[in-house]
Design a protein around this ligand. Structure first.
Ligand SMILES: Nc1ncnc2c1ncn2[C@@H]1O[C@H](COP(=O)(O)OP(=O)(O)OP(=O)(O)O)[C@@H](O)[C@H]1O
Length: 515
């Protein structure tokens, strides 16, 4: 336990309360987090709480690890699929009596019974044999992966330790610390990960000290994991240490060694794993995660592949990986508890080029006789035009800013940790930060930065609601989501009661601005 192991310094007693959750005992520690079992104080709901204490890290590591924590919070809250662990909420712990805990982020998740790694370790003790429900587990993992990729993300750390199994036999992907959103075909992450599950190109594909990751990295990791699950724990490459096995994988990728999968593997699974373990990114790109999930489901159901699907791959007709979302991201907004979100890359979403003015041709332009301060109008208009969604107008952003701060650039609400014209919570702003005034810095106290980030955020909220089929009163829903979270609004099926009066004010101002 060192200074660099902040999780090691958290030792919480049974009964400790975080929000509406009471800890019932430790579960385990990861690289930078510690996980406790918990139950809901109201109804005893089983949960797991992961504490992510970045502020205890030495200053040199703090910023980069904090970035990973923000990613983890953001992806955890946004991923919603039966095969992805459900994160119920993210809280910031405030406890002046425990300096080691004050300011720590806590993720409250559904609680699993065990990880797949624990199942494999137990299986190895009994003598190596495939898990009895191997195909079902793999079907769950591949479906979770397909969901993540369909959203334009890469998991980045797929391994048995990050697959959770519930007491009801559900299979959940977890641990989004290295998850990244694709910018076109790839993303960048710190060069961390499990040596046993990173693809061969991971060792050389670096830019500025970061690893380049593509969806095909997860496909490789799935191939390794499938081999482990179907053989009771064996890695597909020989060697007694992760480094030796990684060297074996690299020799294979260079063409200096054959791929020798375990002889006990059924033929169809062997073919699927071989496709996942293509020696380079390009050869794996034929198998996107959606197609992989289809193949695994078919093998689970019938024990054999669909002939047409396999035939296509065998003939070597490699389909180019469908371009995934071009969104680049950033997290969140908080009201007491941390709530989080993501933004869209304006390169892909802009409705207008250049520097717009508050011209009447802009839909929802701010009227000339309004109370919106003159110098803010071009800033607000430019920010609104970052978003391609028609509901995100200058008038809406102006109405929200008026309700948030009354256009006061120096507004402060320390009790709820909200500052500046758009009332950003500093830790949340970091996730969405934009350099709206192009001064080389991103600050929530700069109106241009804060408003630009606000526009990204509400643009993203608008899209989330539409995806959920929510099309009524989108401005009100955006104002509500900005104060709470997309999930809170979606789960409430509308504006949650606690923010209704705030939303009513935004709607009134919006009416004023749109006549
Ligand atoms: N929702 C959950 N329910 C039950 N156990 C969990 C849950 N999430 C994590 N765990 C367990 O808590 C322990 C720590 O998990 P964590 O994700 O912090 O790290 P890890 O995945 O083990 O390691 P690393 O961070 O190095 O990848 C692991 O044993 C993991 O299986």
């Amino acid at each position: 336990m060192t200074d660099g192991d902040p999780a090691g310094r958290l030792d919480l007693p049974v009964g400790y309360r975080v929000g509406d959750w009471e800890l019932t005992g430790p579960i385990g520690r990861g690289s930078w987090g510690v996980v406790y079992a918990a139950r809901g104080t109201a109804d005893g709901t089983r949960a797991a709480v992961k504490f992510l204490p970045t502020h205890l890290l030495p200053p040199g590591q703090r910023e980069s690890m904090a970035q990973l924590v923000w990613r983890e919070v953001r992806f955890s809250l946004e991923a919603r699929h039966p095969n992805v662990v459900r994160t119920r909420e993210a809280l910031t712990v405030h406890d002046a009596d425990r300096p080691e805990l004050d300011g720590v982020t806590a993720l409250v998740m559904d609680r699993a019974e065990a990880s797949l790694q624990e199942r494999l370790t137990a299986r190895a003790r009994e003598g190596r044999a495939p898990l009895p429900d191997a195909a079902r587990v793999l079907a769950g993992v591949s479906a979770g992966l397909a969901h993540i990729h369909a959203r334009g993300w890469v998991h980045g750390d797929l391994k048995p330790g990050n697959v959770l199994l519930s007491c009801d036999g559900e299979v959940w992907l977890g641990d989004f610390g290295l998850t990244a959103e694709l910018d076109g075909t790839h993303a960048y992450v710190p060069p961390l990960g499990s040596l046993d599950h990173v693809p061969p190109e991971w060792w050389s594909d670096r830019e500025g000290g970061r690893s380049v990751v593509r969806p095909t990295a997860d496909i490789w990791a799935f191939g390794v994991l499938a081999h482990q699950v179907l053989t009771g724990g064996l890695h597909p490459f020989p060697g007694s240490t992760p480094r030796a096995r990684a060297l074996g994988a690299q020799a294979y990728a260079r063409g200096n060694a054959e791929l020798r999968l375990d002889g006990s593997l059924p033929q169809h699974w062997r073919e699927l794993i071989s496709d996942c373990l293509g020696p380079d990114h390009t050869s794996r790109a034929a198998l996107d995660a959606g197609r992989l999930a289809d193949r695994v489901r078919e093998l689970e159901r019938t024990g054999r592949p669909r002939p047409r699907l396999l035939g296509r791959l065998r003939t070597g007709r490699r389909r180019r990986l469908t371009a995934l979302a071009t969104a680049v991201t950033v997290p969140f907004v908080a009201v007491g508890t941390v709530v989080l979100l993501q933004s869209e890359d304006d390169r892909g979403t802009s409705r207008g080029g250049g520097a717009p003015s508050a011209s009447p041709s802009v839909s929802g332009a701010i009227p000339a006789d309004s109370d919106v301060p003159e110098k803010l109008r071009p800033v607000i208009t430019r920010a609104a035009l970052q978003c391609a969604e028609k509901e995100v107008t200058p008038a809406l952003l102006a109405a929200m800013l008026k309700a948030e701060s009354g256009f006061d650039a120096d507004a402060r609400r320390p009790a709820t940790d909200e500052y500046g014209i758009a009332m950003w919570t500093p830790s949340v702003f970091k996730g969405w930060a934009r350099d709206g005034d192009r001064d080389g810095r991103k600050s929530y106290m700069s109106p241009a930065d804060a408003i630009s980030a606000m526009s990204d955020f509400v643009c993203w909220l608008d899209r989330q609601y539409k995806k959920e089929g929510m099309r009524e009163n989108l401005p009100g829903l955006m104002a509500a989501g900005y104060r709470t979270s997309s999930r809170t609004v979606i789960e409430a099926g509308g504006v949650p009661a606690r923010v209704r009066s705030h939303v009513a004010r935004v709607e009134r101002y919006l009416d004023d601005y749109t006549g």
